[in-house]
Every structure is written in C-alpha cells, then in structure tokens.
Design a protein around this ligand. Sequence first.
Ligand code: NDP
Ligand code: PYC
Length: 337
Amino acid sequence: MTETVSLTLDDARALSLRTLIGNGFSEAHAEAITATILAGQRDECHSHGLYRLLVCVATRRAGKVSNAEPLISDAAPGLVRADAQGAYSLLALARGLPLLAHKARTQGIAALAITHCYHFSALWPEVEAIAAQGLVGLAMTPSHAWVAPHGGTKGVFGTNPLAFAWPRPEGEPFVFDFATSAAARGEIELHRRAGKPIPEGWALDSDGQPTTDAEAAMSGAMLTFGGHKGSALSAMIELMAGPLIGDFLSLESYAYDAGQGATPYHGELLLAIDPETFMGGAYAHHAGRAEALFDAIVGQGARLPSQRRYEARARTAATGRVSIPAQLYADIVALTV
Ligand code: NDP
Ligand code: PYC
C-alpha cells in the first residue's frame, strides 16, 4: 500500500504558497495557482492537485513562465480578451471573469479568450465559477500533441479537456469535465510514479502498438476517448481554443516546448450563457424541466458527473484534511530546500 501524508487544508495551502513563492512566482500568481491546486486536492482530483506543483516549479525553473499581470481588453460586445503575457492562465482567468459575467448577463452570451498562457489546470473550477454567477459555462483548451487522431499512431491533438456547468436552482451545479483523450496525461504520470500499469485502450507505444506500460505510453501516443468521436471533439477544441482565438495548436505548443517538458503554452476559450435571457422570462419553468432530466438520470441508479467530486469535497470539509502520497510530499518539500 502507498504510504501517505495527511495535511490540514491550511498546511496544504501554506505548502503550495511557500513552494511557488520560494521558486519565484509572484504572490498574485501563487495565490491564483494555489486556489485551483487546493480545490483539486480537496475534491480528490489527484492528477490536478498538489502534484501539479512539481510541473509548475519545473516550468518556472526552465525560465519559461513570467509573472506578468494579465492584460484584459473589451475586444467586442461578446468577447473579452485576457492576454496572460507568458504567465500561468489562472490570474488571467480571475481578472477576466467579472467582465465575462457582466457581458453574458447584459446580452445573453459572451466569450473569454485567454491567450499566451501556460496551462496546467483542471477546468471544472472554472466552469463552476461561471455557474456560481447563475450562468451556464463551457471551457476548453488544447495542451501538447500527445494524442493520436483516431486511426493514426502519432500525437497531433492535446489531451484537450472540455468542461460544462449548468447552474441548478438548489445545490451544486451539474458539471462535467473530461480530457478528450481516453485519460488525462496526469493520470498516466501518476501510474508511472506509482509503478502501476495503465488500463488497455489508453495509449500506443512508440512502435504504434497498444501498451499498458505508463513509461512506453508517455513516449508513444495517447488514444482519444470514444474513437472517432473523441477525435472529432478534440479537433474542434484545437480549432476553437487555437486558431479561432489566435493562439497555438497542441502541435505548436509541443514544438515551442522543444523537449523541455514544461507546462503546455497556448490559449483557452470559455463561454458564459445567461439562462434567464435565453429562457425569455420562463426561467422557473425551463429550469424545472432541466431538473426533470437530472431526476431521470439518478432515478434509475445512474450518477451525475461530479457526484464523486462533491462527495470528496464533503469528506474533506468534514475532516479539514487532504492526503497525498509520502513520495509526492517529499518531492514537493525538496523544491524549497
Ligand atoms: P475523468 O475521466 O476522471 O472524469 C471525467 C468526468 O466524468 C468527470 O466530470 C467525472 O465526474 C465524470 N464521471 C466519471 N465517471 C462517471 C460515471 N460513472 N458516471 C457519470 N460521470 C462520471 O477525467 P479525465 O481523466 O478525463 O480528466 C481529469 C482532469 O484533467 C479534468 O479535470 C481535466 O480538466 C484535466 N485536464 C486538464 C488538461 C489541461 O490541459 N489543462 C488536459 C487534460 C485534462 P467525477 O469527477 O465526479 O468522477
Ligand atoms: O493531464 O493531460 C493532462 C494535462 C495536460 C496539461 C495539464 N494537464
């Protein structure tokens, strides 16, 4: 069994801030990154929790990431631009969200295009933040060209997550957030760290043969989820959060990295939609019909996406603690000595 270390939420937060600031991140960026990393750990999303500190620090040490303040611009009636200027995406997101929400509320729909950012994070905290304003949220981003198109054997697409949130009259929003690869790259990295094989169907080795070896998968090509369907969705994300907003494809991000193994560098697209505007004064009626859909799902014993996360969140709130592998804790602590 893996040895673990239990941390209070306050200690986990202090560890993250100390690690980031100690490695040259500004306080504003360290706070924004820590908020997302901590949310991931709290919800037991281990591939995008405290583990990400290792990659953030390696990227910073490679001289690749800036501490710039994002430039927010009101680009069009329905478009906010947030130029991260070579920093991580999360401060640009925090600075751009208020104008995105304002535009969505005043005209029904709006987009936020974050550009020139390093991007390591799970997208559910971002669409949850949109839903917390009573808005429907959609977010997508490329990454590095690790994923083969359906029928191919070489990386073209990123692991390209797609996240959606629907605010509900009571309780937590309906949220899903998944990589369009069979699994996130971070899951393969965690299997490698734990010395465990990956499930079949996740990856090919560098000869194009199916593999369950995490190391071989990382030097080969990952596979899309749902075959040609995930492949098409992944291509859409490349286009919408790449050329459409004037930023890199995953292929270009990978080439820009030049083998350094830093966090992918590209853009992100978020959409916010105001249900009150779209539902034309019949919000209660239509929101109730949405609830009937959720009832029909759970009524037959199926679960909603994010239910596992919300349960993990409640568990963490009850104990006030998170738990990580002892080796990961040691690796993080070693970053500040
Ligand atoms: P998972 O496959 O673990 O989960 C995908 C979604 O499906 C979640 O919303 C999950 O909810 C839901 N789900 C899982 N099982 C069920 C079920 N049985 N019934 C209903 N819903 C279910 O996620 P991935 O490995 O694909 O991605 C993990 C994270 O990695 C994401 O947060 C993503 O944003 C992030 N990522 C970030 C990238 C980046 O470039 N920034 C790139 C790729 C991924 P629940 O959580 O409750 O299980
Ligand atoms: O897990 O696939 C991933 C990933 C890529 C960038 C950040 N996370």
